[in-house]
Design a protein around this ligand. Structure first.
Ligand SMILES: Cc1cc2nc3c(=O)[nH]c(=O)nc-3n(C[C@H](O)[C@H](O)[C@H](O)COP(=O)(O)OP(=O)(O)OC[C@H]3O[C@@H](n4cnc5c(N)ncnc54)[C@H](O)[C@@H]3O)c2cc1C
Length: 406
């Protein structure tokens, strides 16, 4: 087996993400809308194997990836975000799995994490955090014993049975393309994903401030925005705050804006200050970002290019830490022509709605993004977005698409 990597394994998003690791119980409303109740249940059940598998991998390979299985909280931080919380509770109840999404009142939230802007929340037990850098170094090390790894080797062309690189080509009967946002520039997938930027800021260690706001349980937390904030603590007492509101790509190009965008870094820090004012004294010491592969319905998809043995997986939409384990299981089955419950999941069998072609996608996506962000900012200040912003924000739903990173 040969693995071709244009940089160093883990230098990209897998080594620089927020470390939220979960399956799909947190996605029930979206899964039901897209796949119906049976499809939603099948995906969520398959995803329930993710955290135990990460735990087993770390145990078997002696990897200390700072795995904490402390669950995940989605909190509403503005009245307009209440439905995002309530829908998750409702969906789990209606599917007969209320234990997967438990309502948390405002008073109960205070005991877990105190913030003057949190209204209520939902606790998802299927949630963990990892140190992505530690995990990816462990994965790379484990892979070294099993595959021939060529780093600094950019793939420049893929045909059935041949993969071309800048240095030479590899013949392979089965080819797997798993390049995250770079797939937005690959012809078979370019109408199905767009590259967005996601950014995080990291504070200095502030364990005593965390105790003051009762956030000592290690929960991973998300808010209810479409361009969501995601935040967590680390083993050394820092807080990481992420914002999925980064730039949108054009025609699959992954340019510098995906690695350094000061406006998105500033939004992540503003999120930290608004959501957790009890940490006002915590200095931000680090900030970074990277590209994510957003599909039109925010769910991943896997398949084989018709008439070839070229298999692909993409569309994790900013939630790939855990799901890429599931993706790996599916891709292995596609390459080995195994037909089982994983290859029959809707992630494999569905038709992924197409995105508009460029330049309409970039222009339309930019307009909608700006509209949603304007509405969300206004809602957090207790107001409403302007009429044009509300119209722009409503467009994707009318067209049956999702924009944002929730
Ligand atoms: C700042 C940030 C925070 C995030 N936080 C979270 C989070 O908390 N939880 C979560 O679930 N997800 C999060 N994500 C998303 C998550 O990181 C990704 O979904 C996940 O890492 C995707 O894994 P992957 O293996 O598909 O992609 P990657 O880790 O990006 O791997 C793809 C690899 O393909 C290589 N490649 C690309 N093109 C070529 C080519 N032509 N030739 C050879 N190699 C190529 C790249 O160099 C890269 O190493 C975050 C992302 C970012 C950027």
């Amino acid at each position: 087996m040969v693995l071709l990597e244009e940089s160093v394994c883990g230098r990209g998003p897998s080594g620089r993400n927020g470390g939220f690791c979960h399956g799909y119980w947190s996605h029930l409303p979206r899964l039901r809308e897209r796949f119906g109740d049976a499809g939603a249940r099948a995906v969520a059940r398959a995803g329930a194997a993710i955290i135990p598998s990460v735990r087993a991998f770390c145990g078997a390979n002696g990897v200390d990836a700072w795995l904490h299985e402390s669950g995940m909280l989605r909190v509403s931080a503005a009245p307009a975000q209440d439905p995002a919380v309530d829908e998750e509770v409702e969906a789990a109840r209606e599917l007969g799995v209320p234990e997967e999404a438990v309502a948390v009142s405002g008073d109960e939230l205070v005991a877990r994490i105190r913030s003057p802007v949190f209204r209520r929340g939902v606790f998802l037990r299927d949630g963990a955090t990892v140190h992505p850098g530690r995990l990816v170094v462990g994965l790379r090390q484990a892979a070294l014993g099993k595959v021939r790894l060529h780093e600094q080797t950019r793939v420049t062309g893929i045909e059935d049975g041949v993969v071309r690189t800048e240095h030479g080509s590899v013949r392979a009967r089965e080819v797997v393309v798993a390049v995250n946002a770079a797939a937005a520039g690959w012809k078979p997938l370019r109408r199905r994903i767009t590259a967005f930027g996601s950014y995080v800021v990291l504070t200095e260690p502030v364990p005593e401030l965390l105790e003051q706001i009762n956030w000592t349980g290690g929960e991973a937390v998300l808010d209810g925005r479409m361009f969501l904030h995601y935040f967590r603590t680390t083993d050394d007492g820092r807080v990481l705050m992420g914002s999925g509101s980064g730039p949108i790509g054009f025609g699959g190009r992954i340019d510098d804006r995906f690695w350094l965008d000061e406006a998105t870094v500033a939004r992540a820090e503003r999120g930290l200050r608004r959501l957790l004012p009890g940490l006002d004294e915590a200095k931000v010491t680090h900030a970074w970002g990277g590209p994510i592969d957003v599909s039109s319905d925010h769910l991943p998809f896997f398949g084989t290019v018709p008439g070839t043995r070229i298999h692909y997986g993409a569309g994790y939409s900013g939630h790939g830490v855990g799901p890429s384990w599931l993706g790996g299981q599916i891709l292995a089955r596609l390459a080995l022509a195994v037909d089982d419950e994983l290859t029959r999941l809707p992630f494999v069998t569905r038709r992924v709605p197409k995105l508009p072609p460029e330049p309409f996608r970039r222009l339309g996506g930019g307009l909608v993004r700006a509209s949603i962000m304007a509405c969300e900012e206004a809602e957090e200040q207790g107001g409403r977005g302007s009429l044009p912003a509300r119209v722009g924000a409503a467009l994707p739903r009318l067209l049956g698409m999702s924009v944002g990173t929730r």
